[in-house]
Design a protein around this ligand. Structure first.
Ligand code: PEP
Ligand code: MG
Length: 551
């Protein structure tokens, strides 16, 4: 058995034979042409055909993986209209009197080199795209079709790299998984793999020649690729695959279905994320939206304050990937256990009760405004809502609203577009619960942060392992606070959800439904089990018993 470690871009387990995919490398010869005008026309003809092919690929991809992921083929069409790219090819044919193939291949190499030398990760990725479209034209010019993966029996496709167009053309029934030596997790190929639900590893240092035709296992959960697995590995992996298939079946049964109880009550089940990388799991588990994006992780991963532009790109990518579904982004919740050295925070005796979250934002508005500008700008690209953490008073909300108005006025005067943004607050302090009736009149929604709410209600440090046995989120004080918050939200005509860990507690789902919680935002991996319980609950029948049991 040989074991390789790669980076997983999509979970799942696949067992089967390896099929090594080699690109049909286009051997491009340079020769002199005397009629350069005719050569340019030959190129233009091939380009037009490439555009037609891309339109077909786009239509196929929309059907199979949805509009957002298919967009790459629109980008490829746009690349073929890019004036710099076209000028370079035309100019080379005219001035150097060379054949179209040579001009396309050289331009492709030059552009790919330019893109890959850029600092911006998104632009780096474009190197693969420019090569992909150029190869398409080269294939047309040489009279052949662009190479595709063809396989009769279901196989694990192993390749040096796969272009988006190659990935989308895979016959899904014949592909068990794919493993590439190169590639990046943000590439469109990886995104397509996730959307198609195929276990996939990238950056796996496989020797292509030595694995072709061999039996293998891809563990998309750990990123491991086993070639010629021994008996024990095979047994473990078969069991893992069985469980995985069970989970997938559950997903299949729930996918696209609304979360409605037996007696017709609707509730939204969203996912919590801390990073753009978590989106794969969100899509995989069919969450209805993102209920909590902990934006402070963007700050924690950096050595210095993230710029407006850096943040904007991340928020926009999340909004676009979620394709119109709700994305609730929480503003910076730094402090306490989440420290970034460049904030230069002073030592505090009680950091959980200290200078943190909204308290930093309100006293250092330059940091807050940078984030708000990025968020509002990104709101033009999807369904973004904003929520503010650690609120204790109506006064804080009024101050926030004033800063938000300043930011919006600034964007308007700069003619920068932004969308309609719902604004809500986290209810995670007992103070916020007690004034929730007044707070509800100021905001569009509440999201209850039960992790901190439990900590502050029970006066128990959530970080202290010694106190684990006392940290009881089932405490009636906590549960009654949730009920009070939801009631006050509804009185003011706004919705209330839960985004703390308690939202995914299987013992409490029925109680939450009984007290009218409108949304549960949980870890992506727990979305399906929560949805399953909702579908099995009859709220009217079970309410009295639930309330008696817990409150
Ligand atoms: C919470 O407090 O419940 C919450 C969701 O926020 P965090 O866990 O990030 O503090
Ligand atoms: Mg919190």
């Amino acid at each position: 058995m040989k074991t390789y470690e790669g980076k997983s871009v999509f979970g799942g387990v696949a067992i089967g034979k390896v099929l090594v995919y080699k690109k049909g490398e286009q051997q491009v010869k340079r020769y002199r042409v005397s009629d350069t005008k005719a050569e340019i026309e030959r190129f233009e003809g091939a380009k037009a055909e490439a555009v037609e092919q891309l339109k077909e690929l786009y239509a196929k991809a929309v059907k199979e993986v949805g509009e957002a992921s298919a967009a790459i083929f629109e980008i490829h069409q746009m690349m073929l209209e890019d004036l710099d790219y076209l000028d370079s090819i035309h100019n080379m044919i005219e001035t150097q009197e060379v054949n179209a193939e040579y001009a396309v291949a050289t331009t492709s190499d030059n552009f790919a080199m330019m893109f890959s030398s850029m600092d911006d990760a998104y632009m780096k990725e474009r190197a693969a795209d420019v090569k992909d479209v150029s190869e398409r034209i080269l294939a047309i010019l040489s009279g052949g079709a662009k190479s595709t993966v063809a396989t009769d029996e279901p196989s694990i496709i192993v390749a040096d790299d796969l272009a988006p167009s190659e990935t989308v053309q895979l016959d899904k029934d014949k592909v068990l998984a794919f493993v590439t030596v190169h590639g990046s997790s943000n590439s469109h190929t990886a995104i397509l793999a996730r959307t198609m639900g195929i276990p996939a590893l990238i950056g796996t240092p496989v020797d292509l020649e030595s694995v072709d035709g061999k039996m293998a296992v891809v563990d998309g959960y750990t990123g491991t690729f086993y070639v010629d697995p021994d008996e024990e590995t095979m047994k473990t992996m078969e069991e893992k695959r069985r469980k995985d298939l069970e989970q997938k079946e559950l997903l299949q049964n729930l996918k696209g279905k609304e979360n409605i109880t037996l007696d017709g009550k609707k509730i939204n089940v969203y996912a919590n994320i801390g990073n753009i990388k978590d989106l794969a799991m969100v899509l995989q588990n069919d969450a209805g939206g993102i209920g909590l994006f902990r934006s402070e992780f963007i700050y924690l991963e950096k050595e210095d304050y993230p710029t407006e532009e850096e943040q904007f790109k991340i928020y926009r990518a999340v909004a676009e990937t979620m394709a119109g579904k709700k994305v609730i982004i929480r503003t910076l919740d730094i402090g306490a256990d989440k420290q970034a050295s460049y904030f230069n925070m002073e030592h505090e005796e009680n950091p959980a009760l200290g200078y943190r979250a909204i308290r930093i934002c309100l006293t250092r508005p330059e940091i807050f405004k940078t984030q708000l500008r990025a968020l509002f700008r990104a709101s033009a690209y999807g369904n973004i809502s904003i929520m503010y953490p650690m609120i204790i008073s109506v006064d804080e909300v009024k101050k926030i609203k004033q800063i938000v108005e300043e930011v919006k006025a600034e964007l308007t005067s700069q003619e920068i577009a932004f969308g309609d943004v719902e604004q809500g607050i986290m209810i995670e302090t007992p103070a916020a619960v007690m004034v929730s009736e007044a707070l509800a009149k100021e905001v569009d929604f509440f999201s209850i942060g039960t992790n901190d709410l439990t900590q502050y209600t029970l006066a128990i440090d959530r970080q202290n392992p010694k106190l684990e046995e006392f940290y009881d989120p089932h405490h009636p004080a906590v549960l009654n606070m949730i009920r009070m918050t939801v009631e006050n939200a509804h009185k003011a005509g706004i919705w209330a959800g839960i985004c703390g860990e308690l939202g995914a507690d299987p013992e409490l789902t029925k109680l939450f439904l009984s007290i009218g919680v409108d949304e549960l935002s949980v870890s992506p991996s727990r979305v399906l089990s929560v949805r399953k319980t909702i579908l099995e609950t009859d709220v009217e029948k079970e309410r009295d018993e639930q309330i008696k049991k817990w409150l």
